[in-house]
Design a binder for this molecule. Sequence first.
Ligand code: SAM
Length: 223
Amino acid sequence: MPTEKDDRSPVALELRDVSADQRMFSPSVARNSAPILAALKRVLPTHGAVLEIGCGTGEHAVCFAGGMPNLTWQPSDPDADARTSTSSWIKFAGLTNVLAPLDIDVCSGRWGVEQTGRFDAIVSINMIHIAPWAASLGLFAGAGRLLRTGGLLVLYGPFMRDGAHNAPSNAAFDAALKEKNPSWGLRDIADLEQVGGATGLKLRETIDMPTNNMLLVFSTRSA
Ligand SMILES: C[S@@+](CC[C@H](N)C(=O)[O-])C[C@H]1O[C@@H](n2cnc3c(N)ncnc32)[C@H](O)[C@@H]1O
């Protein structure tokens, strides 16, 4: 299985520590937060509402909300421990622009936020390869339903391109994921573009990130 040196281990496997107030600490988040924040600052609007899918420990949520104070950050995760940690991180950080985490499983047809108005962006980090393909389909379907015109779906993680891995370490990681669960594995950008096409989302930009990860920016049609 992936080791701690990877940037992509399932949250439950890589956690080192839980503080007395239930904050969980992820070594990979400590490494990747700064480069992801820098990329998000460039691609996200300065104002608006962002929904984070699969927020894990909640460290990203407070880092990004702190770094982009004019955004309202809505974290979510179907895992109860992740939501507890995220709530504790929000309290610890004392930020007013992060909302309490929601229980959203992208595979469900409704996410429970349909009534709150459309989001300017949906961000999901290191989620779709550690979940069945149905999660990718559900994520894009939800983004198609819930993003405003011109809104962004931003994905971070390791990806394949036209059936090929971009590094031997990603090939090994893919094999390890599939060994753990055959329905997991790195997703191909071409497959994601196809799903995006069916849900009204077009790939606008791919950004190379440290340790052979990428940030993919999809957007709905502009007005
Ligand atoms: C590897 S962790 C990444 C967590 C965090 N984004 C990070 O980068 O540290 C994957 C997260 O996706 C969540 N997840 C898995 N399946 C999901 C689904 N169907 N819908 C939404 N989130 C899901 C898990 O609960 C977990 O917190």
